[in-house]
Every structure is written in C-alpha cells, then in structure tokens.
Design a protein around this ligand. Sequence first.
Ligand code: GUN
Ligand code: FE
Length: 490
Amino acid sequence: NRGALWVSTLDGRIKGFDWDAHDEGSFRELMRVNGWVDVDAQTNGNSDHVKVKIVTSNEERNEFFFPGFIDTHIHAPQYPNAGLFGSTTLLDWLETYTFPVESGFGKTNTTPSNKPEDAPPSALRVYDQVIARTLSHGTTCASYFATVHVPATNALAALAHKRGQRAFIGRVCMDNPSFCPDYYCDASAEESLESTKSTIEYIHTLDPKGVLIKPIVTPRFAPTCSRPSLKALGSLAASYTPPLHIQTHISENENEVALVKELFPECSSYAGVYDNYNLLTERTILAHAVHLTPEERQLIQKQKAKVSHCPASNSALGSGIALVRTMLQEGITVGLGTDVSGGYSSSILEAVRQACLSSRLVGHTTKYVNENPQPDGSEKLSVEESLYLATRGGADVVCMGDDLGGFDNGMIFDAQLIQLGGVCEDVVSLDVSGNGVSGDELSVRGGPVGNVDIFGTETWEEKIQKWVWSGDDRNVKAVWVAGRMVHERV
Ligand code: GUN
Ligand code: FE
C-alpha cells in the first residue's frame, strides 16, 4: 500500500516521495539513503541534526495538510476594531472608526526615529496579537497595511519576523491635508517619502534577503495622497531591483469613486490615476475593485496588476459586490483579503466562505446584469475555486506563485494541519425510554469540539465543503512557515 510522503527539507522546501506506508523499514531506508536522521532525533532535542520534518496526513482521524492561507489585504492597526463598524460606509467609517484607532500608533511630527522601541507599548500589543491571531487561522503570509508611524511599522515587521509569519509590511502614505484629518496626516510629500524610505531600509536590514519579510510601498488610496507623493512613490518602487511591491485601494465604494473623479479630473479613471503615476505594476495589489469599469479592468489586466477581493468587508461596509468571475475570465489575477477591520474577521476561511456567498448574489445586481443580460449561474464560485483564490491565487497576487500556494515539489512548505470532526467522544446514554432526566443526571461533559461534525460517510470533497462552510480556527491544529512550526493549537 504505497503512499505519498512529503517532507519539508532543512531549507523549508517540499520534497515528495513514494513510500510504503505500512513498512517502517522502507521509511528508515529512505531516511538512510538521504542521509537523514530519523524522526526520534526531533524529540531528543538534538535539533542540530534534524534535517527533515515528517509530514503526513491521517485519513482516519480526518486530518489533512492544506497550503497556508495568503491574506492579500489586511490592516494590522485596525485589529482592535474588528467587528466594530455599525452602519457606516467607507468614508464615514474612515472618519469615525479608522483614523482615530490608527492615530494611536504613534505621534506624527516628532523627532524621526526608526526604532521599534519608540512605538507605544499598546501598538506592540495589538501587532503581536494580530500576527498570533492570523497564524492561528492558518494565514502563513499576509500583506499588511500599518500606519503612518515609522517606529510602529518597523515593530510590526520585527514582530512578524519573530513569530515567523511571511509578511509584506507597508507604511501607509497619506499627505493630502484636504482629505486626511489634521491629527493623522503626513506633514508633506517629502516627509512621507523619507518615512517610507526609512521603513524600507529597516526591513532590508531586518531581513536582507527578504526570506520572510518584505517592504511594500503603500499609498493609502488616491484621495489621501497628493500628486507629488503619488509620483514619488511610483518612482521609489521602480528604483529597486527587483522593483518593490505596491499596495493600495481602488473603487471600493461609489462615493469614493465620485470623489476621485473630482480630485483627479485630468485622469481618465480611478485606475487611470494609479497608472498615471506608475503605480499599476505587476507587483501592485489593488484591494476591492468593486466598481471598476470594463476599461479599467482592461488597463489593470494589461499592466498585470493584481486584485485583492475582500468580500466580508464589501458586505459589512455595504460597498457592493465585486465581479470576480468577470475579472478571472478577463485574465486578472485575484486573491482574497480579510481587509480587517472593514472586514470583521481575520480569518481567510471566512473570506473563502464570503467569496462563495457574494458570488451567489452578484447575478442579482444591476451592475452584473448590465454586462451580462442573462446570468446563467456561471458567476458562482465553487468552494474549490474560493480555496484556490485563498492559496494559489494569493500566491500569484504577491508574485510568489512558484514558491507558495500549493504542495508541488520544490515549493516552500507553508502549511496548516486541519483536523475535522467534533462528534461527541462519549456518546451519552441513548436510552430515551425513561420519563425524562432530572437535572443532576444531565451530561454536560464530552460535548463536541469545533463546529465541523464528521460522521464517516463523507467523501473528501464533502469533508472540504463542511470545513469551508462550518470550520474555524479550532480546526487548525498546527501551522508551518518554511517548514518551521509557527503555531500549535493548545
Ligand atoms: N480606503 C482607504 N483606507 C481604507 C481602509 O483602511 N480600509 C478600507 N477598506 N478601505 C480604505
Ligand atoms: Fe483596506
């Protein structure tokens, strides 16, 4: 009964082998031939000699490995606000909830510092918590927006590095005083640029080869940025070899789209603004893309810019429904984002679920029907397709499709071990012939664990569907980044 054995080699990459699952000898032979010490060495604490980690799935226990999730759009400083948005929509949400919470991550207009220690202790607590939380949801790679503050942004990079999460870290640029509140605004385009360079240098010193942590140029969105700032950021990203990644927001909300039209009358469209300043590149992540015109989609596809679909956020803030199927059919690369705290959940599994749901409603919108007069249901995303967006799609969005998002030979072992099944361990007496039970006979122990009940009749496809629709972080038993365990459920 030969099976597949995956190992994560010392450099964190995947190697697949055939081996006889029932033959201990063949396994030891495999180890010997490859010059690897055996599994026991790991538990002996002799970690210097451990060259492989053994990773196998266990069908009977309903456990399986899954590629780590990639969150292509999340705001780390907004994590304390997850779930708090009332009935606001984007522009009043920014003013009421978002700018106030982000402004607490440091002081603007103080002596420049790039030291994480200069960040407020409360900022470090929030940042460490959001990294720990996203890891617990199986997110092995995240593209983070931080705030305008250099010390706290650098601290976010250092904390992600310390916890072993793969991360893109962006210091948010916002220097347009006519849109940004006076308590939370870069002093000038020059200061915004210098602060951005300072975080890039810090991250390049922290992780010179960008093994885990990479900087990402982050103009918040067109309304918060002056023209000189947009121009400088486009040039800054292009001045590196390879060019730096870029992230921003686009066409999330109809009032926002109207505002951009008003602020940049000389540009052909919202996407045209970014293109004008060389911010539409193959390394650009555009969050939302709900209200793009067909011409804008064509431009984005031409420039090979990527889209982060954030369905939970789009429903929560009433932004609208993105045309994911249309974008995919047009050849645009799409991944998923939680967009905490526009999105209420830091779980990409929740984003998978919401991507499925919103795709089932998009055919009821005039925007979709205008482009597709007779919806035929093909706009709906399957569970498998949404999971693809959460893994391989996300890997393509961050331009790491050769390394991340799957378990192909040579890919990096960024993975989560999923455990399903919450059926009560000790079935209480099924004898229901009595005349009811008295209070002190009630069994309150041995209740189900997690929210996914498996009865043993399910196919693997059905188990995956149950995981997507009912699963949560209780199903994430452990998480690895580059073969290193970075989270284990307690
Ligand atoms: N547009 C500008 N800033 C933001 C933000 O923080 N979140 C979301 N969802 N959209 C934005
Ligand atoms: Fe966002």
